[in-house]
Write a protein that binds this ligand. Structure first.
Ligand code: FDA
Length: 412
């Protein structure tokens, strides 16, 4: 039987990074993935350029950009491995990058640069990689004593049985099953008596009932800046971002962000003209313009939206001067307070991440070790979900780093 200090299961962002750091700290590491290719999500991330971190992340206030049952759980790991630390690594590998909107950092060339970097870091740590390799079972070894130095675990894989002192589960969430997502991590957690917060798709387009959506389906492809919100009082969450109409509903950064907070049955509210003083502009047009209301509206919002909007009420299909104040107020209210109830989402096949996951009450925030000694969970499999914009990768790097450090210390 082969022996390793650490077996990391899942060679995505978190697993690759953790394996490389642990190897460089002197641990003998095996990294296993059931897919032929590593880091498929890094490859497709950020439209192929990988939005690898976010400069706006504030490790002292993680609740601003992360959600989960305990949004402060990630503070310790995020403050010990910051965006600046990862940027330094990217610079060490001479990968060119640039900043986009809202602190988001992207590679200038391709995500492949980051995959090569992660593999080079694994190589520098002498990490053994097996893939594709299927893990069939993880169990506590019956024979060995359970000291910190013991080979506590045995892992059955299709390349044989290995023993390990530490096992790291880095198998991610359920999003995009066609590139290798599985529920493996949740099953392992339950096997060892750990709790799992019900997973759900997040950063995902929202869908609407076909008949109710028919008047808006003609707007598919239209993008515009909006303010979007859901929830009320303390639960209220709002974003100012771009919205995209689709044939089945709504997408774009605004909707992906709000989808992580939206709960089935709740409404979302949209302001489709957040920057315009809509009521004042229409009141002004009423006294000074001979144009149709639709043409005045098209000066404020995109013309396709103006045309679709006025079709909803005959009172809005007149010259603006002949439109009653009540009709103008109703039109403005519907544009700036458009309330609608999604019927669902596009689900895991389109979700960028999975919210929920291994319950943080059963994990150490310092080192990501679970209540089951020697068993760690890192990255997206944990109930920590970041906003769109590089936050999820930063959690993968930071949780992987904290875990690697802790395993090395446990063996020192
Ligand atoms: P990840 O999913 O990366 O890796 C899990 C690995 O485990 C995979 O290699 C998988 O094959 C393997 N695995 C699963 N089950 C297994 C099993 N039973 N046995 C063995 N191996 C198994 N985030 C961000 O910050 N910036 C961005 O630009 C984007 N963009 C983006 C685009 C798209 C389309 C998606 C779907 C997602 C993003 N994300 C993102 C989110 C980001 O990709 C995600 O949060 C991280 O990849 C999570 O890293 P993990 O390593 O935890 O899981």
């Amino acid at each position: 039987m082969q022996s390793f200090d650490t077996v990391v299961i899942g060679a995505g962002a978190a697993g690759l990074f953790c394996a490389g750091v642990a190897g460089q700290l002197g641990l003998k590491v095996l990294l296993v993935d059931h897919s032929e290719k590593v880091a498929e999500k890094v490859r497709i991330a950020g439209g192929g350029r990988c939005n690898f971190t976010n400069r706006d992340l504030d490790p002292r206030a993680p609740h601003k950009h992360f959600l989960g049952e305990n949004p402060n759980f990630c503070r310790s790991a995020l403050s010990r491995y910051t965006p600046q630390d990862f940027i330094a690594l990217v610079q060490k590998h001479a990968i060119p990058f640039h900043e986009k909107h809202k602190g988001q950092l992207f590679g200038d060339r391709s995500s492949e640069d980051f995959i090569r970097m992660l593999l080079a870091e694994c190589e520098a740590g002498g990490v053994t990689r097996w893939q594709p390799c299927k893990v069939e079972n993880i169990r506590e070894s019956a024979s060995s004593p359970h000291g910190t130095d013991a080979y506590r675990y045995e892992i059955d894989s299709d390349r044989g049985v290995v023993q390990a002192r530490h096992v790291v589960i880095a198998t991610g969430g359920l999003s995009i099953p066609k590139i290798g997502a599985t529920d493996f991590g949740y099953r392992v957690a339950r096997q060892f008596g750990l709790r799992v917060v019900e997973p759900r798709p997040a950063l995902v387009p929202l869908t609407f009932d076909g008949e109710a959506w028919a008047p808006y389906a003609q707007l598919a492809g239209l993008a515009l800046p909006v303010v979007i919100e859901t929830g009320t009082k303390k639960q209220r969450m709002a974003f100012q971002e771009d919205l995209l109409f689709t044939h089945r509903g709504l997408s774009g950064p605004a909707v992906l962000q709000i989808s992580s907070y939206w709960r089935s049955g709740e409404s979302i509210r949209l302001n489709l003209a957040p920057e315009a003083g809509l009521i004042e502009a229409l009141a002004q047009a009423k006294v000074s313009s001979r144009k149709l209301l639709v043409n005045e509206l098209a000066a404020i919002v995109p013309s396709r939206l103006a045309e679709a909007w006025v079709q909803q009420d005959a009172a809005w299909q007149r010259p603006v001067a002949d439109t009653s104040d009540k009709a103008l107020a109703a039109l403005a209210a519907r544009l700036v307070q458009w309330e609608l109830v999604p019927t669902g989402s596009e689900g895991y096949k389109k979700a960028e991440v999975t919210a929920g996951g291994v319950d943080t009450r059963d994990l150490s925030s310092q080192c990501l070790e679970s209540k089951q000694p020697g068993l760690y969970f890192i990255g997206e499999v944990v109930d920590v979900t970041g906003w769109l914009g590089g936050y999820n990768f930063q959690w993968a790097w930071a949780s992987g780093h904290a875990c690697a450090q802790a395993m090395a210390q446990a063996q020192a």
